[in-house]
Design a protein around this ligand. Structure first.
Ligand code: ZN
Length: 613
């Protein structure tokens, strides 16, 4: 049975091990995070506790406390100084006033402790053990001040103890002065991002699972470095590429930041690191130069890219994407495993005229164009796992393709058709084989280090996308997607995301007519060569010759006009419905169609001259 999204969602709802925890109990009741309760042993704060925490951490309260600490320091200085300067009678006259002031300050400190205890709970509040000493000093100081005020005739012993406590109060002041440091932190804890980072840091402290801790570190790093929506990395020795990547990733409207020298140096060092990371992957330099400029360009030449790396374009492109989107970290995997995996995938592509490794590379690259340049990553709010799924689906979607259609395999009672019961035969076969490659050889298993739930999600998503490339479901799926896009509750970043990801891969698979005519023409010749080879086989076997597969009757130009009108144009019109950035490229279809229309007559004459006897 095929994996279904609703099935898996249902299962996770029924799982008794999982409990749902509110992240922000104040407002966002709709956003839930699932955390296994048995792993989580942390106190969840009520709304009022959180409000008080925010208030205590607020700038105004912190500044007030710092002011009070300063006043207390001056007061103690005055007390010590007056004790030295005045005789006992004079000192006793003023000391009661000073003691009342000190009493007031100490009461505020006590109140601060009580509020903290209420807001965080005793365990969390006294996590910093020095705070216990602070509390003791404050309480004893309070005791001595009250004692002084009640009976000013103190014994010598009490006086000595008082002196000791005056010293300890200086220690308290030093501790309190550390609040200054907290102010520096608080001045940046004013954004929701900082609150999330704080929450994640607290969550990490109470978790036992090392993988989850790593995930949290990763989240904190991304939020802290403002990289939530950053997809790519920059090339340092190619200023043009850098500017171009910057533009495509950050949007044209962003105001250019003026960097200080120090920031510029940091940025340069960062860029050097980035380049070094790409170079470590052993991607041929000439291909790297092209990818830095054109990695998400619709007009990149897949044949040239493949040639530049000795026929290993697919492997090198996928390594580039893994580095570019930080997917090595997402899969917790080393580059050599990824290289090994895609080498196996690449080897599995047969040397067909059309359905070969270059087509796979081209589809993965076109997927990236729709993700990145047409901004599906932003519109669908894709996380790195989603990005990985789309690119991997593009790369594997025709693995092991025999150069024959499903219809041929079914009609010829091929073993694959028998295995998959005539249902999306090849589209079932491709991902099945690619998951077997991974699980059949630990050295190339890119999925091995994924947590089980992540692996399930990735596997399900990849399979759905490859299944979507079956042309048998093209019209019906497109109709549903169009109706979803028009629906008032359309959610490209929510419940409709997988459907749109499916369309990204399917549309990339039929995207040749959207490319430059030179590239498109090469693909057309290749695909018809493959179709015609199948037609020859069908003729030999006495099977019905499939549509477009008869080399004696198929007019290449006419076929392409029909393909554009009935398949590609409706598909990309649907893409345009949720990716408005695709608009400038949509007109390519009409331009290319016009070129083929001019050639219809020419191909008619060609066909007339090669009619079989
Ligand atoms: Zn394909």
């Amino acid at each position: 049975m095929l994996p279904s999204r609703s099935d898996s969602q249902q299962r996770s709802l029924e799982n008794p091990d999982k409990q749902t925890m509110r992240v922000d109990s104040t407002k966002r009741t709709d956003k839930l995070i699932e955390v296994p309760r048995k792993k989580l042993n942390m106190r969840l704060y009520t709304e009022s506790e959180q409000k008080i925490q925010d208030y205590v951490n607020s700038k105004i309260v912190t500044i007030s406390i710092i002011g009070l600490v300063g006043a207390y320091a001056i007061l103690i200085f005055i007390i010590v100084a007056l004790e030295e300067l005045l005789d006992e009678t004079e000192f006793n006259n003023v000391s009661s006033i000073l003691s009342w002031i000190e009493l007031g300050i100490l009461i505020v400190f006590i109140l601060e402790i009580f509020v903290g205890l209420y807001a965080w709970g005793i365990k969390k509040y006294y996590k910093d053990k020095w705070l216990i000493l602070d509390t003791l000093i404050i309480l004893l100081s309070l005791f001595f001040v009250i004692f002084e005020l009640a009976d000013q005739k103190t014994s010598n012993v009490i006086k000595v103890i008082q002196a000791v406590f005056r010293f300890l109060r200086i220690f308290l002041l030093i501790r309190k002065a550390q609040t200054f440091r907290r102010l520096a932190t608080i001045s940046t804890i004013s954004t929701p991002a900082e609150k999330i980072v704080r929450f994640l840091a607290e969550l990490k402290e109470v978790l036992e699972d090392e993988n989850m801790k790593l995930d949290i570190d990763y989240c904190i790093d991304k939020i802290g470095n403002n990289q939530l929506y950053q997809m790519g990395k920059l090339d340092e020795d190619n200023a043009e590429a850098m500017a171009w990547l910057n533009q495509s990733q950050q949007g044209k409207t962003e105001v250019k930041r003026i960097l200080t020298n120090e920031q510029q140096q940091q940025q340069q060092q960062q860029q050097k690191k980035v380049i070094a990371n790409f170079q470590k992957l052993n991607i041929p330099k000439r291909l790297l130069d092209i990818l830095f400029k054109q990695h998400d360009d619709l007009y990149i030449d897949p044949f040239e890219c493949d040639k530049l790396c000795g026929g290993e374009g697919l492997v090198n492109l996928m390594l580039f994407f893994f580095e570019n989107y930080n997917l090595f970290d997402v899969f917790l995997i080393k580059p050599k495993v990824v290289r090994g995996y895609f080498e196996e995938v690449m080897k599995g592509y047969l040397d067909n005229p059309y359905h070969n490794k270059v087509h796979a590379q081209d589809v993965a690259q076109t997927c990236n164009f729709l993700l990145s340049k047409c901004k599906f990553i932003e519109i669908g709010q894709l996380d790195e796992q989603d990005i990985a799924c789309v690119l991997i689906a593009g790369a594997i979607h025709d693995y092991g393709h025999p150069g024959l259609t499903n219809a041929f395999l079914i009609n010829s009672r091929n073993e694959l058709a028998l295995t998959y019961n005539d249902q999306s035969v090849l589209e079932m076969f491709h991902p099945s084989q690619c998951f077997k490659i991974a699980w059949g050889n630990q050295k190339v298993n890119i999925f091995e280090n994924l947590q089980f739930h992540k692996y399930r999600r990735i596997r399900e998503s990849i399979i759905l996308m490859v299944l979507s490339t079956d042309m048998a479901h093209h019209a019906s799926e497109l109709a549903v997607t169009n109706s979803r896009i028009a629906a008032p509750d359309f959610e490209p970043n929510g419940k409709d995301k997988q459907r749109l990801m499916d369309l990204i891969v399917h549309s990339s698979d039929v995207s040749n007519p959207t490319k430059s005519y030179e590239i498109y023409k090469q693909w057309t010749e290749k695909v018809l060569t493959e179709f015609w080879q199948q037609g020859d086989k069908e003729r030999d076997l006495g099977l019905p010759i499939s549509y477009l597969c008869n080399r004696y009757t198929t007019n290449m130009a006419e076929a392409q006009v029909g393909f554009i009108d009935y398949v590609v144009k409706p598909t990309f019109a649907c893409v345009l419905g949720f990716l408005p950035a695709y608009e400038p490229f949509f007109q390519n279809l009409d331009k290319n169609k016009a070129k083929w229309q001019e050639l219809i007559e020419y191909y008619k004459q060609q066909l007339a001259s090669i009619q079989p006897k």
